[in-house]
Design a binder for this molecule. Structure first.
Ligand code: FUB
Length: 329
């Protein structure tokens, strides 16, 4: 199905017939695809646990060459077809390897614990068939898969509050666990190298360290800079850029390293706060330009769980730092 509005412009919803969020953008077969969450309306509760994000399925979107029109390829995967999952199909990502397309996604299992699963297919547009079980050893939310130039693939993941990352500090799920004291180092996202078939972790997930330029770990109480959720990894001029949402302060920020496993040095802000509580993004290179894909809640008039994916061109300075984007300027 094609969206009838044309042309799509930067910083406007890329589709208006659906609410979409958490965009993971990739170029497959020369085309720019977006793998978003598919937000739905409902009468359920809204709370810090994220119950309002009650998504049930995934749709795949793709652009024309000029990024002026967008096609909705229909339902790619539904929670009813995922044996291990019960509800809340949150922010997904996609990858291509060994001639197969992969959709990675978090959902609550039948005990209410967020886990991360994989589904595979023959086409970047889906449909995808889910593996019967989640990835062994997976937990929390927001998987982002990065395939490095040497073919090694890494999954970055984790989110505070509803995403349950605080509950995994010991390596086991502790239902009542709180986050660190404000002066203690913040919890970092997790990273695990994936197996050759991208269906399992090659090693146990490790915590990523994010520090100041002088090496001081970002503190849990430093809400302008500390990791909250929505990691993304991209490589620019040989450096690894880890970007993420600061959650409570509603910014997208980034840190840089010469190693995909870190440690990362905090650098600055990519996107200033948008309308709506959540902010979540991806960064992709397409036809020699870099783009930021993000969401806000403007199409729904500010309803946090009815969001819309948008994009903007992303620019680097000569020193490799990213020019901050104000989407409403
Ligand atoms: O869309 C549900 C959750 O909200 C995502 O997993 C988070 O990143 C936030 O955008």
């Amino acid at each position: 199905m094609s969206d009838s509005r044309k042309p799509i412009a930067p910083n406007e919803p890329i589709v208006t017939h659906l609410y979409t969020a958490d965009p993971s953008a990739h170029v497959f077969e020369g085309k720019l695809y977006v793998y978003p969450s598919h937000d739905i309306d409902h009468d359920g509760p809204t709370n810090d646990n994220g119950d309002q994000y009650a998504m049930e399925d995934y749709r795949v979107l793709s652009f024309d060459e000029e990024l002026t029109s967008c096609t909705d390829h229909g339902e790619a995967l539904h929670v009813r077809d995922v044996p291990w999952a019960s509800k809340q199909m949150w922010a997904p990502d996609a990858a291509f390897k060994n001639g197969r397309y992969y959709l990675f996604f978090p959902a609550r299992d039948h005990d209410g614990i967020f886990r991360i699963g994989v589904a595979t297919g023959d086409s970047p547009a889906g449909p995808f068939r889910a593996e019967p079980d989640c990835i062994p050893g997976s937990f929390s939310i927001d998987p982002a898969v990065f395939v490095d130039d040497d073919g090694r693939a890494y999954m970055y993941f984790g989110g505070l509050w509803g995403g349950q990352l605080e509950k995994w500090q010991t390596g086991e799920y502790v239902p009542d666990a709180a986050g660190p004291d404000p002066s203690a180092p913040a919890l970092g996202p997790r990273v695990a190298e994936l197996s050759g078939d991208l269906l399992s972790f090659r090693s146990a997930p490790a915590e990523i360290r994010i520090a100041d330029e002088d090496g001081t770990p970002i503190a849990a109480g430093d809400e302008e800079r500390r990791y909250f959720e929505g990691p993304w990894m991209h490589k620019h001029n040989g450096l690894y850029y880890l970007s993420y949402s600061t959650g409570t302060t509603h910014k997208l920020v980034y840190a840089v390293s010469d190693n995909p496993l870190g440690p990362f040095a905090f650098k600055g802000t990519i996107l200033t706060p948008v309308l709506g509580w959540t902010t979540h993004h991806s960064i992709v290179r397409y036809r020699d330009k870099w783009y930021l894909f993000y969401h806000d809640a403007s199409l729904s008039g500010g309803i946090d769980h009815k969001r819309s994916v948008k994009f903007a061109e992303l620019r680097y300075r000569d020193d490799g730092t990213i020019v901050t984007i104000d989407p409403y300027a």
